[in-house]
Design a protein around this ligand. Structure first.
Ligand SMILES: [Zn+2]
Length: 595
């Protein structure tokens, strides 16, 4: 109780402080980023901002506390050093008003230049980082804004770099190494790659879609062709939901090394993905690309009213991330099935995964799980707005199709909200959302559904709704082989780093430092190879399997005793003899069609 009160007071003080810090008006705003070999060699970006003032009134500038889509307060100002404002080459008086805000005193009418160094060494897709011959940054990291002046002002960005280095960004070109944006929201939502990286492009639905991969060696011809193949299939399915591709072009920025954990961050015309080197051919990649791509509509444009417009100075809470993230998860997977990248079994497995995630978390309202994104709940509900939000999106799709005899779907809800809120310059409210859901379901009232399963903690009606599309969820018992080893992964493969005493690996004679080559018929090349191994030998009657390892320069074949361990998983499977209506509804979901 006391803790809550203290937090409330801090927010109140902060909000009041923000109102006081109103900057004098500034105009003709331009930024310059220096990312040459000298700067990136020191893990620094050189940043300068110029603008015109019309007198001596104090100018107040701030750096964002977070990057939209990445709901964590990171306080980008902590990476600033050598903050230097000047006018006509002479330094200006300045002071900090709070940890992210600077006040500058111009000497009179004319141009002011503010420069600083920015530490770019983070393993975080929301933060700038550098490597030899390379720099990445988000606009939120480096572009100062005048406080209390709104965000609807144009700006130009010029990048200073080596002549032979490349620049990739979604910003509009406006001259040599210069780009423009019409407002701060667009300016900060267009990440940059500068330096040596691989870039390739293809046209999809009349728009250029580019791959910008770092390091360049990670974009092999095979990966390029495969990735473009996925995009050519699933992107048109996303476009079909909303009826347009609202970006000029689209870029997938991808970083891969041994430091990143994996994941993506969406932007209005790009996504920034981190893929561990061992995962460059992992099965989850189409799902990652598809999820982030769907965000180009859902959350970057169609967005809860709580998030419109973005504020950059503090956390922006919403109870609706379950739509922004969970429903994006649902459509990310659905587009893969609708386009044939995945088959229907993969979609049923996706649903099963969501059911299992809901079952393993404490009963948590979707609206509460959404709110808690910013604080990282530790009770097991952290991130639950993804799987539970995705599953509730599926439930709504089924209930709409059931009530309208497959004449309407959740697709129409998304399209109508996009047209009637985003395209009219606003976010969607709870009554917008539930009104469209109800309209699509031929007037069915969803107040009870919202009260129980979205704002309440009741478990969603999984079995009864699955039955409406001829599916059921059940527990399945696996008997999987276990190795009893710890491993590490790098670009060369999998190395044994530890052995459980008397585990199957130890009994076979494995040693720390051995490189795994194959087990039975399964090649061991990356982390997902172990899933393939467990699947292939689930319930096997074999008592030993050949285990091929490299020990130094030698290849050896050991005999691995088979040790099966029982594990219960959730599976979603079609019900035999489902009704004609259930089959029609299911086909409608999987194909993206209505009757
Ligand atoms: Zn997302």
């Amino acid at each position: 109780m006391l803790r809550a009160l203290v937090i409330a007071l801090i927010f109140a003080t902060d909000a009041a402080a923000q109102q006081i810090h109103q900057s004098a008006p500034i105009s003709n705003i331009a930024y310059e980023i220096t990312a040459d070999s000298s700067a990136v060699g020191r893990h620094q970006l050189g940043v300068s901002m110029t603008f015109d003032v019309s007198g001596t009134a104090p100018v107040v500038l701030a750096l964002p506390a977070w990057s939209p889509g990445h709901y964590v307060l990171l306080w980008f100002s902590r990476r600033v050093s050598n903050f230097t404002p000047q006018q006509n080459g002479a330094p200006l008086e300045w002071r900090k008003l709070d940890f992210q805000t600077w006040e500058i005193k111009p000497r009179g009418t004319g141009q002011v230049r503010v420069s600083f160094q920015y530490l770019a060494n983070a393993v975080d897709r929301a933060v700038a980082w550098t490597a030899p011959n390379f720099a990445f940054f988000n606009g939120t990291n480096v572009f100062l804004y005048p406080t209390g002046r709104g965000f609807n002002w144009p700006a130009r960005v010029t990048v200073r770099t080596e002549p032979s280095w490349g620049i990739a960004t979604g910003m509009d070109p406006a001259g040599a190494n210069t780009f423009s944006a019409t407002n701060y929201h667009d300016l900060t939502d267009m990440p940059f790659y500068v330096g040596r990286f691989a870039i390739d492009s293809t046209q999809i639905a009349g728009k250029w879609v580019r791959l910008a991969f770092y390091p360049a060696s990670s974009l092999t011809p095979a990966r390029r062709d495969r990735t473009f193949g996925w995009l050519q299939k699933f992107v048109p399915k996303h476009i079909a939901v909303f009826g347009e591709a609202p970006f000029r072009n689209y870029t997938i920025f991808q970083r891969s090394d041994t430091l990143v954990n994996g994941g993506g961050l969406e932007h209005q015309a790009s996504q920034v993905d981190e893929v561990h080197v061992s995962q460059l051919d992992a099965g989850y990649l189409p799902g990652l690309y598809s999820h982030e791509f769907f965000h180009a509509w859902n959350v970057k444009r169609l967005r809860p009213a709580d998030l419109v417009p973005y504020r950059y100075d503090d956390a922006q809470q919403t109870t609706w991330l379950w739509v922004s993230e969970g429903v994006t998860d649902y459509y990310g997977e659905l587009a893969l099935t609708r386009s044939g990248v995945h088959d229907s079994v993969a979609f049923f497995d996706f649903l099963a995964g969501e059911v299992a995630s809901i079952a393993s978390a404490p009963p948590t309202a979707l609206s509460d799980a959404s709110l808690d994104a910013w604080i990282g709940a530790t009770d097991g509900s952290g991130g639950l707005y993804y799987p539970k939000g995705g599953f509730v999106g599926f439930l709504l799709d089924v209930l709409i199709r059931d009530a309208s005899d497959n004449h309407h779907s959740l697709d129409q809800v998304m399209r109508n909200l996009y047209d009637q809120t985003y395209k009219r310059g606003r976010g969607f409210t709870p009554s917008d959302w539930w009104g469209e859901v109800s309209k699509a379901a031929n007037g069915k009232n969803f107040a009870d559904f919202a009260h129980r399963y979205v704002d309440g903690r009741e478990p969603p009606p999984i079995d009864s709704v699955l039955a409406l599309v001829g599916l059921r969820a059940k527990g399945d018992t696996l008997r999987e082989p276990r190795l009893g080893v710890a491993t590490s992964t790098d670009s060369l493969g999998i190395t044994v780093t530890g052995l459980a005493a008397n585990g199957a690996g130890a009994v076979a004679g494995l040693a720390v430092g051995d490189r795994l080559v194959s087990i039975g018929e399964v090649s061991i090349t990356n982390d997902s190879s172990f899933d393939a191994f467990r699947q292939r030998y689930n319930g096997t009657t074999a008592t030993t399997l050949p285990l091929v390892v490299k020990r130094g320069a030698q290849t050896q074949t050991l005999q691995l005793p088979v040790r099966l361990v029982q594990r219960v998983i959730t599976v979603v499977t079609p019900i035999p003899n489902a009704s004609d209506k259930a089959l029609r509804l299911r086909a409608g979901i999987l194909k993206g069609s209505t009757s």
